[in-house]
Design a protein around this ligand. Structure first.
Ligand code: GLN
Length: 539
């Protein structure tokens, strides 16, 4: 079938709330995958910092923050090789299936109460998510023809699926891992209540299993989306692909081994060394990736211009995720240690806070979709870089809301960590965090679905998975920096820490607003590639 006919057929598939039937398959698969990811993430830091006597790993806050940061960062970092391997060898659909199987195996391993299986489990989840996350996100875009106006709305619906999983998961897994009720049940069944954490990990495995089953059953609805890669025409191109594959596999398995050897030999002697090594790894990969794409990956100057837009959006996304993803690190610990975790006199575990963001996404996604349509009809819809800029200001505002709570915690007369001691048992209202999460979600709606949709439009189909991988590389940076930030909370006052979290996004917000004009002019040089307005439009 000619591609216009195919696009036409796609346009007439409206079986899932006016969208292609295949969207339902991807919606529920990603819902369950995110259930497993966020369910386990909600208590990961808390498990690592819990005393050994209470079934935890007994790590210090800084060490737990580092493992958390490296894990969450690696999960998204693997999207780069995962996207490329799918584009060139596996095809996007098969990569999603394989990824889901690895993720499930990872959570099964985490459910075993051994420190060794803890790290094996994290490794498997990292590999699996690298194969699943970028590719399932790219398949969503391929359900729509090039000019289908439903694409952005499709990503909004998909984003809601993500957040339904992310909403239920911390409550379900958090209940199993942390609640005294479940521990009581375990005791009465003659099981050590300190093993409750591992039931939380087990629930994540079960969630991924459901996701796999429904992906398997529903994949017939995906049509030609995410099919096998187009075969290479020349022997030289095939040979080059194989060489890159060898390099990718060596990188994927060799780098963690190298890190292990350097640690065993004492070259990486402490957590600072490890943090530096990881920073260099991320930095060199990012620079090499963009350089390679500019030099060899673009077929013409139009693609090069698109890559520049991708780079700008990438930088905005790094700053945003670094602030936003503290939900699971510093803000999680803040909720654990400094917040009065009770509602109407009934106590709840800190991990429950992790669901607020998802509730807010489900509430705000339709509001933002309607807002973009309203503005679009009046020709006033902001371009993607402007939306990204707004997201930075909002994320800064979220931290600004915590400043009064920080003053209460630090004590009115102190700006110094040494004086924090006498005040550290003050508990602040949960309302501060609720307000922060609400504002951060509004910020997320200006950046995350907009970014996914932009990548799907900017990417040439032959590297759709890889470009999504680049999008998630920004999340990788963000998560690493958010984990690293935990270390600063040990020495800085809350006031100074939160002030820093205001300053960085505000600077990036201003940069994006300044760059928005030149980007629009650059893209309008080629009418067909007009990203800014068309890309961000929500139906
Ligand atoms: N919360 C979204 C998800 O889990 C976005 C994650 C990201 O891109 N950093 O898919």
């Amino acid at each position: 079938m000619a591609s216009n006919d195919t696009d036409d057929a796609k346009l007439h598939d409206t079986a899932f709330f006016g969208h292609p039937r295949g969207l339902s398959t991807l919606f529920f698969t990603e819902m369950w995958e995110r259930f497993s990811y966020y369910g386990m993430r909600a208590f990961l830091v808390l498990y690592m910092t819990a005393e050994v006597a209470k079934g935890g790993l007994g790590y210090g806050v800084a060490r737990a923050g580092l493992v958390y940061g490296m894990y969450t960062s690696s999960v998204y970092l693997m999207s780069v090789p995962g996207g490329w391997i799918a584009d060139r060898f596996l095809g996007l659909r098969r990569a999603v299936l394989l990824g889901g199987i690895l993720i499930m195996a990872g959570h099964v391993s985490l459910a075993m109460p051994l420190e060794g299986s803890f790290y094996v489990g994290l490794g498997l989840v990292v590999l699996g998510t690298g194969l699943l996350k970028p590719n399932i996100s790219a398949i969503v875009g391929q359900l729509y023809g090039a000019n289908d106006p439903r694409r952005d709305a499709g990503y909004s619906i998909y984003y809601m699926g993500i957040n339904i999983g992310a909403l239920v998961a911390p409550i379900a897994c958090g209940f199993l891992a942390q609640s005294s009720t479940f521990q009581g049940w375990l005791s009465s069944a003659g099981i050590d209540p300190n093993s409750a954490w591992h039931f939380g990990f087990g629930a994540a495995a079960v969630g991924m299993f459901f996701g796999l089953v429904q992906y398997w059953l529903g994949s017939r609805h995906l049509g030609d989306a995410g099919g096998p890669p187009a075969p290479r025409e020349t022997a030289a191109a095939k040979k080059r692909d194989r060489l890159i594959l060898v390099a990718v596999l060596i990188g994927t398995f060799g780098v963690p081994i190298l890190f292990g050897v350097l640690m065993a030999k004492g070259v990486i002697a402490n957590k600072e060394d490890l943090e530096h090594a990881f920073t260099y790894l991320l930095l060199s990969l990012t620079v090499a990736l963009f350089a390679a794409l500019y030099l060899w990956g673009c077929e013409d100057s139009e693609e090069r211009r698109r890559l520049t837009v991708i780079l700008v959006l990438f930088l905005g996304a790094v700053t945003f995720w670094a602030a936003f993803e503290q939900a699971g690190s510093t803000l999680n610990l803040f909720a654990q240690e400094h917040t009065r975790n009770e509602l109407l006199g009934i106590g709840f575990p800190a991990s429950y806070f992790q669901s607020i963001n998802s509730v807010c996404v489900i509430l705000l996604a339709p509001v933002f979709a309607a807002l973009w349509v309203y503005l679009g009809k009046r020709g006033k819809e902001p371009s993607s870089p402007i939306k990204f800029g707004i997201a930075q200001f909002l994320v800064a505002l979220g931290f600004a809301v915590l400043i009064p709570a920080a003053i209460t915690l630090d004590g009115p007369q102190t700006a110094f960590a040494a004086l924090k001691g006498p005040f550290q048992h003050v508990l602040v209202s949960p309302g501060w965090l609720v307000a922060l999460y609400f504002i951060h979600t509004a910020a997320e709606m200006c950046l995350s679905p907009v970014g996914l949709s932009s990548m799907s439009k900017l990417a040439p189909k032959r590297i759709g998975g890889l470009v999504m991988g680049i999008w998630f590389l920004a999340a990788s940076w963000g998560n690493f920096l958010a984990g690293k930030a935990v270390g600063y909370t040990v020495t800085a006052t809350y006031q100074s820490f939160f002030t820093g979290m205001i300053i960085f996004p505000v600077i990036m917000g201003m940069v994006l607003l300044v760059l928005a004009g030149p980007i629009r002019r650059m893209m309008s040089r080629n009418a067909a590639g007009g990203l800014p307005k068309a890309t961000a439009r929500k139906k």
